[in-house]
Write a protein of this length. Sequence first.
Length: 88
Amino acid sequence: MTDGGTLVLDRYNMVYAYGPLDRFERILRGGGIQLVAEWAAPAVPYPHALHYHGEWDATEEEVLRAFEWRRTPLHTEDVQFWSGPQAS
């Protein structure tokens, strides 16, 4: 985002938002995303941080251009989702 905001979607389908939170919430709710019930919300340690280091962006781009990548669909067993506290 040009205003310094960052959205992170992790492998458990949790969205972390940093920056203009009111704007993010408005956009997500407009797209049909709903808050989970309080009992279903995962316990996230506090303070919590996901680190982004912009100084590595150019290196990441360089690595991505250096190889010929082949994308294949995930197998069902590759997909990992958090299924909530009441899952067995």
